[in-house]
Design a protein around this ligand. Structure first.
Ligand code: GUN
Ligand code: ZN
Length: 443
């Protein structure tokens, strides 16, 4: 008999999103994964062995390829659209200042330490492991200005088997003397970073062009980074309109441009491959510009609450059909778990309601959609990631709600939806039994 194209088959409950407000729960499902890591079939209601045997005959896989989920369930891996890997060192500390003072006092000092590769290796190994343990299968990482340490982060992400977009941070002005680049170094090292990472040929780990934010980059650097991203066909990530002082600062730096969003557009850095973090204080005109440019938003509610930045009106963003996903923004956000961002997305929507009683709040179902399908759109991989649709890559977490010593209790009359909701609000990495990226078990 010809050997089967199927590498593994999962049998049990599968939970994912196909649309914003609805979580789909497939009972007695069977899901087959190919040797290349993509989903070959998804069948609901395979509630008898006879029905399962028919699928087995159709695809010709051996019984030892079958993973019985039992009372665990499968959900898609989380997609963290915004995280600072070096800042993981500080996660859970330095929560007392607004953005610009926070950058000066805590963030630039720790990032400057990543010129030391052994310091970098320790922190980067720990952050990638922490992300994976918490079910983040794809992450958009900012590294630091250092070429070697940024490549090291890419190597660790590769070695651990995570999917990632890795950015060498660019900053050539308004930065402390101990943590700044010349314009020439910034563009040369970024070009090298992009070319070397692309040459490594791992399709799971890609470079992303990363101007820190407009105040940190000269016009000349911004212009060259826009050109580089176009030439090398990479994604772009940066920050915009997180904090009112920052918005005022950009206004004073660019009196002749209409808005903060126009600044990035001016340098060809606001495109359909751009991920902008925060976006809390964008005007309606700027949101329209995002829509026109097909740029996307990384919503980072935990960071926005912790640094006192503001509450993004996600419902308005969605009503304008702008791509949006969730970001941990470690360490503006203190938790590397995207579950925290999911919870804070619901709370942020409630905060918008406090100021506008007509606001239609977002529930946990919509927040879960943003952490999975929303993120897949943000990284321009909606045809490959985000849920369990045939042809997509199998990036998944097996969740065990009954784990010994776990963070919540399940009672006899809890429905599957109740159990899923308990995991969303109370779950943590103790419930993450295993994690798969591109069909390969990484946890
Ligand atoms: N704006 C510019 N740099 C940063 C950063 O590191 N974190 C956050 N939250 N905002 C920024
Ligand atoms: Zn950030």
């Amino acid at each position: 008999m010809m050997s089967s194209a199927i590498a593994s088959v999962f049998r049990g409950t599968i939970i994912h999103s196909l649309e914003l407000e609805t979580v789909q729960i497939l009972h007695n499902a069977a899901l087959g994964v190919s040797h290349l890591g993509s989903i070959v079939f998804v069948r609901p209601d395979v509630d008898t062995d006879d029905k399962f045997n028919l699928i087995q005959q159709e695809y010709g896989f051996e019984s030892n390829k079958v993973v019985n989920l039992g009372n665990k369930f499968l959900i898609p891996g989380f997609i963290d659209t915004h995280a600072h890997a070096p800042q993981y060192h500080n996660a859970g500390t330095g929560t007392d200042l607004p953005l610009l003072k926070w950058l000066e006092k805590y963030t630039f000092p720790v990032e400057s330490k990543f010129r030391d590769l052994s310091f970098a290796k320790n922190v980067y190994t720990k952050v990638v492991d922490r992300m994976l343990k918490n079910g983040t299968t794809t992450c958009c990482y900012y590294a630091t200005i250092h070429l070697d340490a940024s490549l090291l982060l890419a190597d660790i992400v590769t070695e651990r088997g995570q999917r990632g977009f890795i950015g060498k941070v660019c900053m050539d002005r308004h930065s402390p003397d101990h943590y700044v680049e010349t314009t020439e170094d910034s563009i040369r090292n970024t070009r090298q970073f992009v070319e070397q990472l692309q040459a490594r040929g791992n399709p799971l780990v890609q470079p992303i062009v990363t101007p820190r934010f407009a105040p940190s980059c000269t016009d000349s650097l911004m212009h060259d980074l826009g050109k580089l991203a176009r030439e090398r066909n990479t994604l772009v990530q940066s920050h915009i309109s997180e904090n009112l002082d920052e918005v005022q600062w950009v206004k004073s730096l660019y009196p002749n441009l209409n808005s903060y969003a126009e600044v990035y557009k001016h340098f060809d850095l606001l495109t359909n491959k751009t991920i902008m973090a925060h976006c809390v204080h964008l005007s309606d005109q700027e949101l329209d510009l995002f829509k026109q440019q097909e740029a996307s938003i990384a919503h980072c509610p935990q960071s926005n609450f912790t640094l006192g930045s503001g509450a993004l009106d996600v419902r308005k963003v969605l009503s304008k059909n702008i791509k949006i996903g969730l970001g941990s923004d470690v360490s503006g956000g203190y938790s590397a778990s995207l579950l925290s961002a999911v919870r804070d997305t619901t709370k942020c929507s409630n905060a918008v309601l406090f100021g506008d009683r007509t606001h239609k709040t977002l529930g946990y179902e919509a927040a879960f959609y943003l952490a999975t399908v929303g993120g897949s759109k943000v990284v321009c991989m909606e045809d490959k990631l985000g849920n369990f649709v045939e042809g997509k890559y199998f990036d998944a977490q097996v969740i065990d709600p009954y784990v010994q010593g776990g963070p919540f209790d399940v009672f006899a009359d809890d429905t599957p939806k109740d159990i899923f909701q308990k995991f969303i609000f109370l779950g943590d990495d103790r419930n993450v039994n295993s994690v798969y990226v591109n069909g390969k078990k990484v946890i």
